[in-house]
Each structure stands twice: as C-alpha cells, then as structure tokens.
Write a protein that binds this ligand. Structure first.
Ligand SMILES: Cc1cc2nc3c(=O)[nH]c(=O)nc-3n(C[C@H](O)[C@H](O)[C@H](O)COP(=O)(O)OP(=O)(O)OC[C@H]3O[C@@H](n4cnc5c(N)ncnc54)[C@H](O)[C@@H]3O)c2cc1C
Length: 376
C-alpha cells in the first residue's frame, strides 16, 4: 500500500496497472511504480494497490502479485533498498520497484481500498495480539528477574515498591490479553452479525490503545532489570524497540482514531454492538458503571459534533472506549483482585500516569499470584 507520497492516504498512490488482456476482476495486469514500504519481501505473494488503467479500469484497485509466475519464471520485483529500522529487524522491510510486474486483479475494479481493508482488519488484530504477547513477555522477564535478584537484604519481588510496579505491569498485560482474545473471538465469528459489528469498532479501539500502551510497558519492565535491562544481553531492549511498530503500521494512532469516527457515523450498528458488549459488566463495579455512563455521553456528543471538534476529541473518546472494554472484560472474566485494582488504577479518582502507583488496598499478592501461575 504505502508509497512515498502516501501511506495513510493510499488514495494518493501513483503506481499504475495496465491490463495485459481483457482486464477486470481475475485478469492479469502489468504494474509500474514504486512502493516505499514492503515488508517480508521474500514472501510468495503480495497484495498491492495500483491505479487500474484501460477499459474496465476505474482507479485504485487491488492486485495479487505472485513472486513466481505460472511458467516458473520470476515476476519483476526489484528490491531497491532494505530499511534501516529502529527495531523489527528480523522482519526485513524494503523499498521496491515494479516494472511491468504481473498482478491479478482481486475484487472489483476501483474498489481496491474496500478489498484490501479485509486483510487490514485482520492485520490490525495481529498488531493487538503482538503488542499483547510482548507485554506478557515483559512481565515474565521482569517477574523472573525480581524473584531472583537480591537487593537490600531480600529479593526484589519482596520489596513493596517493586511489588507495586510488577503488579501494575501485570494488570496491563492481563487487560490487554483479555481484550485481544475477546477481539480474536469476534474475528472468528464471521457468520454472526452482532460480532461483526462489534469487531468493526473494537478492532480499531483495541489497536489504538493496546499498541500505544506497548512501548511504555516494555520500558517500565526493562527498568525492573536495572542496568541489565538496557543492554542487548537481555531480551527486553529488543522488546522495547519492537513495540512501537505495532502502533505505527496498519494505521497509525490518529488514522485509527479517525477510523473510529468514520465507523461511528457510517456504521451505527457497530456503536450499538460495542455499547451492548461493555454494558454486560454493568453492576460489577460502581466506578466502572460511572465510566460506562461517561462513554455513552461521549459517544452521543461525538456523533452530533462538528467535524473539526470531533477530530480534536477523537483520541479522548477512543481512550475512554478502550478502558471501558478492558475494565468490562476484566470484571467479567478475571479474578476480583485483578479487576478491582485495574478499575481503581485506570478509572478511579486517584489514578496516576505511571506504573507502580497502585492503591495500598490493592491485593498485590493475589495479582502477582495470578501472574506467576500464568508464567510457570
Ligand atoms: C517496519 C515497517 C514496515 C512496514 N511495512 C509495510 C508494508 O509491508 N506495506 C505497506 O503498505 N506499508 C508498510 N509500512 C508503512 C506503514 O503502514 C506506514 O508508514 C503508515 O501507514 C503511515 O503512513 P506514512 O508513513 O505515509 O505516514 P503519513 O501517512 O504521512 O502519516 C504521518 C502521521 O500523520 C498522521 N496522520 C495521517 N493522516 C492524518 C489526518 N488526516 N489527521 C491527523 N493525523 C494524520 C498519522 O497517524 C501519522 O502519525 C511499514 C512501516 C514500518 C515502520
């Protein structure tokens, strides 16, 4: 999708596709142009957007570009450069040139975005799962280290301030996990209309929030390892470099927040499905109930807001929605000490900005016990 002049705005793509024969869906085209980001260039096939020309052309369309053509020869696919990236180094990303490259039109002519967005919805789920898996790794490494490292006469995991940090990191991981798996279930349930409506909004909300929470979570976890955490001899430095990419690709933060606005206006069923899901937890916790009311109010206001103000408020509302979903799922499916501490720490009146600031009444032993059982 991404070209120099347009990544988020793929309609600005300039790669062209000329029909090799009759043209139209299922027909061969010859693609000419340049892609600024193409990950995993060693793959066997790629979905690409290009402006279809000729009879039956009609603009931006989606193509399946094979690496090897049916006669066994290689398709034209010129790797110009590998990206020198912050992280994510084991997954090569490249700049490529297409010069009479064969691609088969997939989906309707001129409906390229609509066609490729089906894949993008799944890869956004993948971003959520990857960030979540990264949080789990971070917690496992931090807890493992803290349980063995002695400082000031006892293991770190017995020092109250460290216990609060570890428990808070575990809460974030738990919240991401329950949300990611609920979302994955909605993606599995293709035939269920309610689930499809729910996932339309929930995928964007979870992609925005969980992927944004990833980098800071990794940073705080690596600090639990002290100086070792900052070195390449231990795994969390690499995790720290990996987490931001989940937020950047497949729709960066603003683009995702604006996508939520779009879904709200064009697909109101998705709002109803999201509201129904989070309100399954109503009555479980008074702080959560108050937040659910707030989210309803925010959603109602956003729909009637003028477009500029709506865009200004998009991130605020998406964050509220994400916390509502996470807290709702935790109060339904996680042990009470985990759910209660999460609601207090993320939605309560004394919430703060950093990890390790859980209330003195939080049951750290129970939270860390849940984490230990999950990791052993
Ligand atoms: C490691 C890596 C691998 C990648 N692999 C691929 C790949 O295989 N295939 C592929 O197609 N792409 C790939 N990408 C590209 C990635 O999807 C894009 O970089 C991303 O979608 C953002 O597009 P852009 O870089 O053009 O930034 P821009 O579109 O210029 O956006 C820049 C910033 O502006 C924000 N923004 C954009 N529009 C608006 C708006 N209307 N209002 C407010 N803010 C806005 C964005 O959220 C972003 O923060 C990869 C990127 C990375 C880092």
């Amino acid at each position: 999708m991404t070209e120099q002049q347009g990544g988020s705005d793929v309609r600005a793509n300039t790669t062209v596709a000329a029909p090799a024969g009759r043209g139209g869906t299922g027909a061969d085209y010859l693609l000419t142009g340049h892609k600024w980001f193409c990950s995993a260039p060693m793959s066997d096939a790629f979905l690409m957007l290009a402006q279809a020309e000729g009879r039956g052309g009609n603009g931006l369309s989606c193509f399946l570009v094979p690496r090897v053509l049916p006669d066994g020869t290689r398709d034209v696919y010129r790797l110009q450069r590998l990206k020198n990236k912050l992280g994510n180094k084991s997954d090569a990303s490249s700049e490529i040139e297409l010069d009479g490259t064969v691609g088969v039109m997939i989906g309707e002519p001129g409906r390229g975005v609509r066609t490729i967005i089906e894949m993008v919805a799944r890869t956004r789920l993948d971003c959520v799962l990857s960030s979540t898996a990264g949080m789990r790794q971070s917690v496992a490494e931090a807890v493992w280290h803290a349980r063995r490292r002695m400082a000031f006469g006892t293991v770190l995991s017995e020092q109250p301030a460290m216990r609060s940090v570890l428990a808070d990191l575990a809460l974030e991981s738990e919240a991401a996990t329950v949300t990611a798996l609920r979302l994955a279930r909605a993606h599995d349930a293709d035939v269920n209309e309610l689930e499809r409506s729910f996932r339309r909004l929930a995928t964007a909300v979870a992609k925005y929030w969980i992927c944004k929470r990833g980098p800071h979570h990794a940073y705080e976890a690596l600090e639990c390892l002290g100086g070792n955490g900052y070195t390449e001899d231990f795994p969390l430095a690499r995790r720290y470099r990996e987490q931001p990419v989940m937020a950047v690709w497949e729709g960066s933060g603003n683009v995702i927040a604006l996508d939520v606005l779009r879904a709200m206006t064009r697909e109101p069923d998705s709002v109803a499905a999201f509201d129904a899901e989070v309100n399954l937890a109503r009555g479980n916790n008074p702080v959560l109930d108050a937040h659910l009311d707030r989210v309803r109010r925010q959603l109602g206001e956003l729909v009637t807001e003028d477009p500029v103000r709506a865009q200004l408020r998009a991130r605020t509302v998406v964050e509220s929605m994400a916390l509502a979903l996470q807290a709702s799922l935790l109060t339904r499916f996680s042990p009470a000490p985990v759910a209660d501490a999460f609601v207090a720490a993320r939605l309560g009146p004394n919430r703060t900005h950093e990890y390790g600031t859980l209330s003195a009444s939080a049951d750290l032993e129970a939270i860390l016990g849940t984490t230990r059982r999950a990791h052993e």
